[in-house]
Design a protein around this ligand. Structure first.
Ligand SMILES: Cc1ncc(COP(=O)(O)O)c(C=O)c1O
Length: 394
């Protein structure tokens, strides 16, 4: 039986149209974009064309897009690149929110530990909202960069990035603002100029494109230090031979995502609402996390009292439902969610996070089935835990 996949925030399958666009660059047209001969020029044209497509979707200049190997790398380039380029002139103070993806949080902690950055973590409220006021209050004359994500990957909460950028720039016009828009792209309009940010990260595999392709949008005039040096590709901002097929796939996926965005988000918003309502009806003490925030379509997220995420996910997997606790954590270690902790949840609840994220293939029947599988699994785990503690007490 094909599992019901409700983990589209972790990754999405390659869209057939995207694969078709990529195939020539994995088979017949395999030049290096830096070569001057015909094969090289064909590869260069394909990279330029993909850059144009993504620039068209973002409404920006194509020279502002730096292709990277992932969203993680885009985040690293933004943070490390700005601190290295501007830290000595503008100050080493870095502000990030407590609910950032580890690509930002871990990087910020590394830079702090290395003495490169002075770090302030801006908190959020119980609904995962990071307010412009709280971020601006953390900004000082030495703040070189602020980074607050657009859509939270664990709860789907949409941050007021435009308000944050405005408040930060009002407080210190020299502070640069970065947003990680990896989960936002394809779900809500992403217009970096309208947002008023200086840098913005994207990843192809979250929008039905290939893994291993990402981009950092860098506002024209914003300089940053390359974190990979060598042949000077990407206007000296990211040296490496371009992943031509991946970049072509990214361009095709971005256009497709924008084309279907309005209809798909409407459909998926109703599916995720349906799933939330069904789970809350069948597991009455389940808490919908970030329920008070504006949430991106497709996120149904919960904290489940008395249930450990890793145990629940294994049970769901056995019963044909693929979900997640929050982020797709590389180590696999069952740590309480740092996002739920930042939202003020105690450790036992933060250890019971469940994230279901719908996708283009998800149906109403899928979410109805998933809700009853979740309810049955939660009930089973609780019965098992109760029996275990009764046996221990005997
Ligand atoms: C908000 C956010 N930022 C960054 C990343 C990392 O992107 P990538 O998987 O392309 O490295 C992810 C992936 O889960 C994410 O959700």
């Amino acid at each position: 039986m094909t599992p019901i996949h409700l983990d589209h925030a972790a990754t999405t399958p390659l869209a057939p149209h995207v694969l078709d666009a990529m195939l020539p660059y994995l088979t017949t047209t395999q030049g290096n974009p830096s070569s001057v001969h015909g094969s090289g020029r064909a590869a260069r044209a394909a990279v330029d064309d993909a850059r144009d497509r993504i620039a068209g979707v973002l409404g920006c200049a194509q020279r502002e897009i730096v292709f990277t190997g992932s969203g993680t790398e885009a985040d690293n380039l933004a943070i490390r690149g700005v601190l290295e380029r501007w830290g000595a002139d503008r100050g080493r103070h870095l502000v990030v929110s407590a609910v950032e993806h580890d690509a930002i949080l871990e990087t910020a902690h590394h830079l702090e530990a290395a003495g490169v950055a002075m770090l302030t973590i801006a908190g959020c409220d119980r609904e995962c909202r990071v307010t412009p006021e709280s971020v601006a209050a953390a900004v000082t004359p030495d703040t070189v960069l602020v980074s607050v994500m657009f859509v939270n990957n664990e709860t789907g909460a949409v941050q007021d990035v435009a308000g944050i950028a405005e408040a930060v720039h009002r407080r210190n016009p020299r502070t640069l603002v970065h947003t990680d828009a990896v989960q936002a792209f394809g779900r809500i309009p992403v217009d970096p100029v309208a947002l008023g940010v200086d840098l913005l990260s994207l990843s192809a595999h979250k929008i039905y494109g290939p893994k291993g392709a990402g981009a950092l949008w860098v506002r024209h005039g914003v300089a940053l230090a390359a974190q990979s040096t060598g042949g000077g590709q990407e206007r000296n901002r990211r040296s490496a031979t371009e992943n031509v097929a991946g970049i072509v796939g990214f361009g095709a996926a971005a256009e497709l995502a924008e084309r279907v965005r309005v209809a798909e988000t409407r459909r998926q918003a109703s599916l995720s609402r349906r799933l939330v309502d069904a789970v809350l009806a069948q597991v009455p003490d389940a808490i919908e996390t970030a329920a008070g925030a504006v949430k991106a379509a497709g996120f149904a997220t919960f904290a489940l009292p008395g249930v450990r995420s890793d145990v629940l996910l294994a049970a769901l997997d056995m019963d044909g439902v693929e979900a997640s606790a929050g982020s797709a954590c590389g180590s696999g270690a069952p740590l309480p969610s740092h996002v739920l902790r930042a939202m003020g949840y105690a450790d036992d609840l933060a250890a019971g996070a469940l994230r279901c994220t719908t996708g283009r293939s998800t149906s109403a029947e899928d979410v109805d089935t998933a809700a009853s599988v979740i309810a049955t699994a939660v009930a089973g785990i609780r019965v098992g835990a109760a029996a275990g503690s009764a046996a221990a007490g005997r």
